[in-house]
Design a protein around this ligand. Structure first.
Ligand code: PLP
Length: 262
């Protein structure tokens, strides 16, 4: 990969040409809200000025064109993610909605009293609260894999917590609070060996190439975020079907949630 050229990169972001308190803007809050490059701003402007209409529901030309444009993104996102089937790419408004969708449609109908959901001690609220609600509704138990004093996931402890009642492992790839990069490939393999479904919160990993290397699937550019879900090895066709083509009405931002059917 060529060296990062920050001057060239800055030029892609019009907001970085503005000043704050008389000095060139330096923006450090991308983990919470990423600034948009010119290409994104222009595509959004062109959509509203020239192509905006309801997708999937209108029987007039503008709507058909909008639907075509909308659907043309799905296979491109699938290619980018390394997803085997574009139908496994689901657009949601944000990661919180994607995780809640999985919690409500996949976990809630399947979990029973005494089952367990395993998360880690470094999860964002978006990957805690939906599971707390599932546990409340089903009688399942939420378990938490610990981290060490350096903020690293204690993989041995996590493995110990993957028990016979564990039905789902939900973990973050890159921690928004600590910057920790978790060995998701290794940990997901541990779960899948045991027939446990996995959900990876890829929100902060989205802009980084390592996602592709580690999971054979990757997230789109900055500002777009994702969740990967893998049903247990051996496959759960009903779960995959339920996930397909759901939530296709995308609001302002594309958030791919890729159902990984590997
Ligand atoms: C690791 C992580 N997960 C989930 C979220 C929630 O993302 P969203 O605001 O897209 O729902 C964030 C937001 O910063 C995050 O950093």
């Amino acid at each position: 990969m060529s060296a990062l050229d920050p001057v060239r990169l800055r030029a892609d972001f019009p907001i970085l040409a503005t000043e704050m308190r008389g000095r060139p803007l330096v923006y450090l809050d991308s983990a919470s809200s990423a600034q948009k490059p010119r290409a994104v701003i222009e595509a959004t402007r062109a959509l509203y000025e020239e192509g905006y209409a309801n997708v999937h529901r209108g029987v007039y030309q503008l709507s058909e064109r909008a639907t075509e444009a909308f659907e043309s993104v799905r296979p491109r996102v699938a290619r980018f993610l390394g997803a085997p089937d574009p139908r496994g790419v689901v657009f949601t408004r944000n990661v919180t909605e994607a995780i809640n969708l999985v919690a409500a449609s996949y976990a809630r109908p399947r979990l029973r009293e005494g089952d367990e959901i395993l998360i880690t001690a470094m999860e964002h609220h978006a990957n805690i609260v939906p599971w707390q609600l599932v546990c409340e509704a089903t009688g399942a138990r939420l378990r938490v894999a610990p981290i060490d004093d350096d903020g690293a996931l204690m993989v041995d402890e996590l493995e110990r917590l993957l028990g016979p009642r564990t039905r789902l492992l939900a973990m973050v790839h890159v921690s928004n609070a600590l910057g920790t990069i978790n060995p998701v490939e290794e940990v997901v393999a541990l779960a899948r060996e045991r027939g446990i479904a996995t959900l990876v919160d890829g929100a902060q990993a989205a802009p980084h190439d390592e996602e592709r290397g580690q999971q054979d699937q990757a997230e789109p550019e900055a500002g777009q975020v994702g969740v990967h879900v893998a049903p247990p090895a051996g496959g759960d066709e009903a779960a995959r079907e339920a996930a397909r083509c759901r939530g296709t009405n995308c609001a302002h931002q594309f958030t791919p949630a890729s159902i990984n059917t590997l």
